[in-house]
Design a protein around this ligand. Structure first.
Ligand code: GTP
Ligand code: SPV
Ligand code: MN
Length: 590
């Protein structure tokens, strides 16, 4: 690899000196290399080949039972000043973190292969692309990175003239959770992770680079790095519009990005395509609009709940070229999970490879598939556009059993930033810890922000001020339940009906019902054709006592930022608390 920049070679040499691997493999990103690494992984028992007829080029990986999700309590922002990490991050002094991790990394790759994985985030010809290199001793991680990013020679072609690249050092270590650390050094554009081989802990270009480190660069350079899907929607006879949506982990991004119009809407001509399912980089364009690219090249999606009924696009994407992690295995060599099309087959092995007895989930609740973007039948052509796509609407969504209505529209950018900045959601299996606990998750970025939350909200306000045609901002909630515990909204494909109202509002084609949380749709302004939604009124409505408690809680959360709370956010908080505007009466929806 003659094209390797000297600055990269020198860094790799220095790291190899510390890690003492038996051999160093520079990834070139070729098909031949993929096949060879897959063979290595199968030989080492890291990957199990799946049925080559039904699932060509698919594999199963079983991670260690104590390494199945992101570990937020072991994730650190190591800025020089503690204050710069802010109140929502764990902070570790950079010198102390480096000393501790150096001791763990030293000679940790003896007898092992060090994979050097050069990657590009964003289309390789995009002016907004970023180049990085991840070192890892996990062949599973190397193969996943090959799917999730643009890997190999392409990185040298896309290498910036100034020689800057993001440095990512990853090692499995002994995989003991007490020696597991995921550290970010924003001032050096560097991430070090040891002790985990799973997901966002180990695939560093994803959360560590494209979100935590990128958010800091974005602040400095006037753009946004967000935990958002990107979606193209075309109403019948209308132009293609682009929507960005921030939902916390396991709250529906992949599913909305792959949305399939319900039959009645498809018949009318509604269409939708995916641009991205997890991360968006957004920047103000010369035309005063907000433009977005997807920095990723693959999906690392949640398997449980995925079926032909809920997400037919995903099912048509993951039947080839897919690495499954922690799903169950049927005797015919096909993958299975809770919510799958098929009933659980006889002789199923659970995610740990044990005969399944039905007493606990067969697939881990955070089981995932890794698959190239290009496998997706609804991938938008614009996903390859180096300039990205112009955004008309931003949605902030969450998993809320109560309180938050199906959809509400912010009055303006400032109120939208307040709604997003005080978002709350029930926790999910995407991170270790208790599931179903309500917590504030600003912009769905709580685990992924690389700096101080107060500065971040101010940065959002500043970006808004740079836009003459800012996107409209909405809140959504697909997960509200009624007293019996049933979902009040069918979700999935029917979410496109909500997008219909969102786009109508962007064009000011419909009105709505004013409420304390902005504008709510009138029932008659939603296209409900072919829909059986007996609980829709309960989904659309704000209940005054709940709205009051929510307003108080959001206000308290934002004011905790004290002197780092932007004055605009403080004003929004006060307005929400004192707003005489009563929540919309239920009758308005009748
Ligand atoms: P991350 O990859 O962790 O960031 O998750 P995500 O935000 O992409 O969530 P995803 O689309 O994978 O959905 C997570 C879970 O929620 C899956 O089990 C889905 O089946 C389920 N889900 C997604 N959308 C809906 C919806 O509209 N209604 C309901 N009830 N469930 C949904
Ligand atoms: C998330 O948790 O938001 C994910 C999965 O997208 S992971 O890559 O593990 O962070
Ligand atoms: Mn995610």
């Amino acid at each position: 690899m003659s094209q390797v920049p000297e600055v990269v070679r020198a860094w790799v040499d220095a790291c190899a000196e510390m890690l003492s691997p038996e051999r160093v493999h520079w990834m070139d990103g070729s098909e031949a290399e993929r096949t060879a690494l897959e063979a290595t992984a199968v030989r080492e028992g890291v990957l199990i080949p799946l049925n080559p007829v039904t699932h060509p080029r698919c594999f199963l990986h079983r991670s260690r039972p104590d390494d199945t999700a992101r570990t937020e309590h072991l994730t650190f922002v190591c800025s020089h000043l503690k204050e710069d990490a802010g109140p929502t991050n764990h902070w570790w002094a950079p010198d102390d973190a480096k000393a501790r991790l150096t001791a763990l990394f030293r000679d940790s790759m003896r007898g092992r292969t060090l994979y050097v994985v050069p990657f590009v985030l964003g289309p390789e010809d995009s002016p907004f692309r970023k180049v990085g290199v991840q070192l890892t001793d996990s062949v599973y991680v190397a193969l996943n990175l090959r799917i999730m990013t643009r890997v190999g020679e392409v990185a040298w072609r896309a290498f910036p003239a100034d020689g800057h690249f993001t440095r990512c050092l990853h090692g499995l270590g002994d995989q003991d959770p007490s020696r597991r650390f995921i550290c970010h050094f924003p001032e050096e554009d560097t991430a070090w992770s040891i002790g985990s081989g799973y997901g966002g802990n180990a695939l560093l270009p994803k959360k560590s680079v494209a979100l935590r480190l990128a958010s800091v660069r974005a602040r400095d350079e006037g753009w946004l790095a967000e935990h958002m899907l990107l979606l193209a929607v075309q109403p019948p006879g209308g132009a293609v519009r682009y929507v960005a949506a921030a939902f916390p982990s396991q709250c529906g991004k992949t599913n909305l990005a792959m949305v399939t119009p319900p039959p009645a809407l498809a018949q009318k001509g509604w269409r939708a395509w995916i641009v991205g399912d997890d991360i968006a980089w957004l920047r103000p364009g010369g035309d005063g609009r907000l433009w977005a690219i997807n920095p990723e090249n693959g999906f690392f999606g949640v398997a449980p709940g995925t079926s032909s009924a809920t997400n037919p696009v995903a099912m048509a994407t993951i039947d080839r070229d897919t690495i499954y992690t922690n799903v169950a295995l049927a005797p015919d060599g096909t993958p299975w999970w809770e919510g799958h099309d098929r009933p659980a087959p006889e002789g199923l092995l659970d995610w740990q490879g044990r005969p399944w007895d039905g007493s606990s989930p067969a697939a881990h609740p955070n089981a995932r598939f890794t698959v190239p973007l290009t496998n997706c039948p609804t991938l938008a052509a614009a996903a390859r556009d180096p300039q990205g796509v112009p955004i008309d609407a931003i949605l902030f969504g969450a998993r809320r059993a109560t309180t938050m209505p199906l959809v509400h529209e912010a009055r303006d950018w400032a109120q939208g930033v307040f709604f997003g900045g005080t978002l709350a959601s029930e926790t999910t299996a995407a991170a270790t810890g208790k599931v179903g606990v309500l917590r504030r998750d600003p912009m769905a970025m709580l685990p992924f922000l690389g700096y101080h939350l107060g500065d971040y909200l101010q940065h959002w306000l500043d970006v808004g001020a740079a836009l003459s045609k800012p996107p409209r901002i909405f809140g959504v909630n697909w997960f509200r339940k009624d007293a019996s515990g049933a979902f009040t909204w069918p979700g999935f494909g029917d979410n496109l009906r909500v997008l219909g109202w969102v786009l109508d509002r962007c064009d000011r084609r419909v009105g709505g019902v004013p409420s304390r949380f902005g504008l709510l749709p009138r029932r008659e302004d939603l296209d409900l054709e072919g829909l059986d939604a007996p609980r829709l009124d309960a989904a659309l409505t704000l209940i005054p006592a709940e709205a009051e408690a929510e307003a108080k809680d959001r206000t308290a959360f934002i004011l905790e930022l004290a002197e780092r709370c932007p004055s605009t956010m403080r004003a929004e908080a006060e307005r929400l608390l004192t707003d005489a505007q009563a929540p919309a009466p239920t009758a308005a929806h009748a």
